[in-house]
Design a protein around this ligand. Structure first.
Ligand code: PRT
Ligand code: MG
Length: 210
C-alpha cells in the first residue's frame, strides 16, 4: 500500500487533476465526507488529507510514503529525511515581501516583518544585510502593516488581489513557489519498486496535456 499525503484546497484540487490524467481518482470526495483517509480506484493507493504545513512531517515519519507540498512549506522545514524527486508545477505562486507603496529597505536598516515563514524571512533579510525582527503569525499577514504590528510582511502572492484589497503592494521576490512531490527516504528503500513505478507514472502524467 502506498499513502500519498495532500492538503485540502488548491494542492488537493490540482494534484487530483494531475492524477486524473492517468486514471487515478479518490473514491470518496473530501468535501462531502469527514474522512481523512481516502481510498482510491487504484488498488494499493490511498490519500491522506491534512494541513499543508503538516505534509512534510507525515512523510518524514513514514506515516505517509509520499506527499505534495509547496516549496514555501519545504523551505521552512528541515528536509533531511526527504527526497524531492519531482516539481509538479502546481499551486504556483511567489513568496514575496510586501508592504505599503514605496517602502524600501536600506542595508543596515531595521525592519519589523510579520510572517508565517520565519526561517525563510530570516535567511532572506540576513542575505540583504537588513536587520529584521520577525514576528510569527499563523494567518492574515496582510493585516499586520495596517495596524502597526509590522513594517512589512513575507507571504505568498498569486494574483496580488489580496494585497491590493488591503492597500499593500508586492515588493521583492524571495522565491518562485510550486508544489513538489516528496518522499520518505526509508519508503524509497523498503518499497522501492512500488514507489519508483508511481513516480514514473506521475512523470508521465506531467507530460500529458491537461
Ligand atoms: O490554509 P491553511 O492554513 O490550512 O494552510 P495553507 O494556507 O498553507 O494552505 P493553502 O491550501 O492555502 O496553500 C497550500 C499551498 O498552496 C501553499 O503552501 C503554497 O505553496 C500554494 N499557494 C499557491 C498558495 C497560494 N497560491 C495563495 N495564493 N497559498 C496561499 N495563497 C494565499 C496567500 O497566503 C494570500 O492569503 O492566497 C492569498 C493571496 O492570493 P492572491 O491571489 O490574492 O495574491
Ligand atoms: Mg491558506
Amino acid at each position: 500500500m502506498l499513502t500519498l499525503a495532500l492538503s485540502k484546497g488548491r494542492i488537493y484540487d490540482e494534484a487530483i487533476a494531475l492524477l486524473g490524467r492517468i486514471g487515478i481518482e479518490p473514491t470518496v470526495d473530501p468535501d462531502k465526507s469527514r474522512k481523512l483517509i481516502l481510498p482510491s480506484n487504484r488498488e494499493g493507493l490511498q490519500f491522506l488529507v491534512i494541513r499543508a504545513s503538516d505534509v512534510p512531517t507525515y512523510v518524514e515519519y513514514g506515516a505517509a510514503d509520499l506527499g505534495v507540498a509547496g516549496k514555501d512549506v519545504l523551505a521552512e522545514y528541515d528536509t533531511k529525511g526527504l527526497y524531492e524527486p519531482l516539481d509538479l508545477g502546481i499551486a504556483c505562486c511567489r513568496l514575496m515581501t510586501a508592504g505599503r507603496q514605496g517602502l524600501a529597505f536600506e542595508p543596515g536598516s531595521r525592519v519589523r516583518v510579520a510572517t508565517k515563514y520565519v526561517k525563510t524571512a530570516h535567511r532572506y533579510f540576513a542575505s540583504k544585510g537588513i536587520q529584521a525582527e520577525i514576528i510569527k503569525l499563523y494567518g492574515s499577514m496582510e493585516l499586520a502593516p495596517l495596524v502597526g504590528l509590522a513594517d512589512c510582511i513575507v507571504d505568498v502572492v498569486d494574483t496580488g488581489k489580496t494585497l491590493k484589497a488591503n492597500g499593500l503592494e508586492p515588493l521583492d521576490l524571495i522565491m518562485e513557489v510550486s508544489s513538489r512531490l516528496i518522499l520518505n527516504k526509508a519508503a524509497m528503500k523498503m518499497k522501492h519498486a512500488e514507489v519508483k513505478a508511481f513516480i514514473d507514472e506521475i512523470r508521465h502524467a506531467l507530460e500529458l496535456k491537461p
